[in-house]
Write a protein that binds this ligand. Sequence first.
Ligand code: PLP
Length: 406
Amino acid sequence: MGFISKILHSNRRGKIEHGSIHKPVHNAVSFGYEDAKELALVFQGEKSGYSYGRQVNPTVSALQEKITLMEGGHASVAFGSGMAAIGSTIFSILQSGDHLVSSSFLFGNTNSLFQSFAAQGIEVSFVDATSASNVLNALQENTKLVFVETIANPRTQISDLEAIGEICDAHGLIYFVDNTLTTPYLYKPKTAGANLVINSLTKYIGGHANALGGCVTVMDNFDWSLSTRIHESYKKGIVVDWVVQQIKKKGLRDFGASLSPEAAQNISVGSDTLALRMDRISENAIELANFLAGHKMIKEVYYPGLPSHPQYDRAIKLFRAPSGIFSIEISEEIDCFDFINKLDLVICASNLGDTRTLCIPVAHSIYHEMGPERRRQMGIANSLVRFSTGIEEVEDLKSDLAQALS
Ligand code: PLP
């Protein structure tokens, strides 16, 4: 079956209560058992079942299964946000004294999180991951994990995904890929050898900016018996399940950043149209990026769908479409705030992956905390404005941009 048919019917085929088409919202936090021994077996991981709402819930489970299917993975663990998924997962599988190599082109909060890891004794090296040789050169004896975004937020650099996958495989390193900007419809990081894939469900997968969520999908392509970090009591059944348990217990249960059942259902319903939205969003982005690239008031347009983008060939080879994020640098003659304030249809807001087109002055908002030096290293100019295209009629968006620039 194709991506859309498979996703649309996945939960229903899993026999939802009363033939309901959507998995219902199960609000219960606790789950009662007739037989106390059965509850004990669920706690001990000997029997599947629900123990407590912080750890899992039937509505959340249904969403996890859907994301696993989308990514072609083994199992998924959902969290209350994308950041919770990244942070809790890494905390659950690395320890003080370990080293991780990360792309230096990252979403700002992930960058900030990694600085906090460093303060807790997990060493971090930031490298330009558009070239795999930089990752190779940064490896140390204690390196355990490599983290990259497929398309980096906000400057749209594309990591050398396949070559980094080969390096991780050759050195026994965990390859952790953030697929948020591409989504499993446009790209499956597993094809490049990713072992763990994170998606912020808040963005394209949920797609309507009405629920926060995040998810880590575990692939069945890493020998977790080599990891000394897995707790003895989780070493049951097939080896890949050990790490699923580790993330569920040490990550989700102990940090407690759980996804609410209401949010899970909103995201699940939103994800039904992921493929349609990504096609339309990418078409709109291509058209708008081309329009802006030819405008005299625009200095630069960063978009993987433009042949001028340094990783254009990689984007064409790997992704079904170039997705909906592009950033522009405006001519010095224009104040970026004036330009944004003149927009009427495009909304100035902090988010991406919505059905509505959004924009944000990056250096002054989401990258403000980083300071000028780190922004310079990451190629974030003061006039950089990030756009996340929505599904509006593209002519309306073009007219809005044109009138604002004029
Ligand atoms: N990863 C990327 C690439 C993002 O752009 C974001 C948010 O913008 C996140 C992770 C974090 O997601 P959330 O806002 O759901 O915590």
